[in-house]
Design a protein around this ligand. Structure first.
Ligand SMILES: NC(=O)C1=CN([C@@H]2O[C@H](COP(=O)(O)OP(=O)(O)OC[C@H]3O[C@@H](n4cnc5c(N)ncnc54)[C@H](O)[C@@H]3O)[C@@H](O)[C@H]2O)C=CC1
Ligand SMILES: O=C(O)CCC(=O)C(=O)O
Length: 329
């Protein structure tokens, strides 16, 4: 009888382990994927590895994993997995694309509201005994223009929620259809128009070679000075030094960030600015999202190991699950 090792390299919901152990041929092992030597050693025996965003599965990790058949990302973003290298190695990559999108969208909305009304700053001041009412005057959302950068799953959920606040929502996404945008009450615009018009801007792009640094010097030169930016997607999409300069010089009014170019991030010049609200990559951190992400990733692992079709496989179409697994065995 086959024996498979499924390596859990980031903290996943216990429901993920419960799903994996439904199959008696699967042995679950754990490693701290941010401990690189430990990860590389543990990968030597692994047939499957399950990660969130902290563990990097790159060419080096893949080379250390001769038995690996599947990398499962318990979440959306795949910027920590080298998908082309996995494909070349005959390893299937899957994610859990719908698992945490509601949590991520709700967190973006929370950041937007916190930013508009200075909630974290006023909370901190009052807890220190300062009744700072005039210092923390906010702005209304109603009637303001929200720019949504990336009208995919999360961007669409945020657009729909913010339309209920009577915001005028515009979006930039070259791959979104007019029909989809119309159904959300959103107007599709070019990137320049979005940057020119937005009073709030929320980023919902994947981090790729095309989106890295998309919001940098040029973008911050053309935006309105009352712009407030929310980024709960990926840190590298915004150039943090350029954002800092724009905030410091009053070319941008505020920013709320959940994600950073390098994580964990505990020491950033941005943290010193009073018009910046920050959270430590909490977008998907709810029990609801984690249970869905963990169980969906675990089910995909079982399907892959059993040679069944894997609906959430993300490798290129030429590498169908069957081909990938056949070449991996
Ligand atoms: N903070 C957190 O905990 C979380 C962060 N995320 C991040 O959010 C990102 C987005 O997630 P989803 O909405 O589920 O992905 P998605 O794939 O459904 O949507 C992304 C959208 O961006 C668009 N896009 C791609 N390149 C673009 C460009 N250059 N300009 C404009 N639009 C472009 C695509 O057409 C797509 O519609 C993920 O890739 C991930 O990095 C996701 C979940 C949780
Ligand atoms: O697992 C996490 O908490 C990270 C979620 C995330 O960023 C994603 O799914 O892309």
């Amino acid at each position: 009888m086959s024996h498979y090792v499924a390596l859990i390299a980031d903290k996943l919901s216990t429901a993920a382990t419960a799903v994996l152990t439904e199959d008696s041929s699967v042995e679950v092992r754990h490693v701290d994927g941010t401990d690189r030597p430990a990860l590389l050693a543990a990968l030597a025996d692994a047939h499957a590895v399950l990660v969130r965003s902290a563990t990097r599965i790159d060419a080096e990790a893949l080379a250390a994993a001769p038995r690996l058949e599947v990398v499962a990302r318990a979440g959306v973003g795949l910027d920590n997995v080298d998908v082309p290298a996995a494909t070349d190695a005959g390893v299937l990559v899957v994610n859990a694309p719908s698992s945490n999108v509601v949590s991520a969208a709700e967190h973006a909305v929370a950041l937007l509201l916190a930013l508009a009304r200075n909630v974290p700053q006023a909370h901190g001041a009052l807890k220190q005994g300062r009744w700072a009412r005039s210092l923390y005057t906010g702005v209304e959302l109603s009637g303001k223009t929200l720019g949504v950068l990336g009208l995919g799953r999360i961007g669409s959920l945020v657009a729909r929620r913010m339309a209920a606040f009577d915001m005028r929502v515009v979006a930039h996404d070259p791959y979104a259809t007019e029909e989809h945008a119309r159904a959300l009450g959103v107007r599709l615009v070019g990137l320049d128009e979005l940057l020119d018009e937005a009073q709030f801007l929320t980023v919902h792009l994947p981090l790729t070679d095309h989106t890295r640094g998309l919001l940098g010097f040029d973008a911050f030169q053309r935006v309105r000075s009352d712009l407030r930016i929310v980024n709960a997607a990926r840190g590298g999409i915004i150039d943090e030094q350029e954002l800092y300069a724009a905030l410091k010089e009053g070319r941008v009014a505020g920013a709320a960030l959940d994600v950073y170019a390098t994580e964990p991030c505990t020491d950033s010049a941005l943290f010193e600015l009073d018009n910046v609200v920050v959270t430590p990559h909490l977008g998907a951190s709810t029990p609801e999202a984690q249970e869905r992400a963990g169980t969906q990733a675990a089910r995909s692992v079982l399907d892959a190991l059993a040679g069944r079709p894997v609906p959430d496989a993300v490798n290129t179409p030429a590498n169908t699950p069957a081909n990938v697994l056949a070449s991996a065995r």
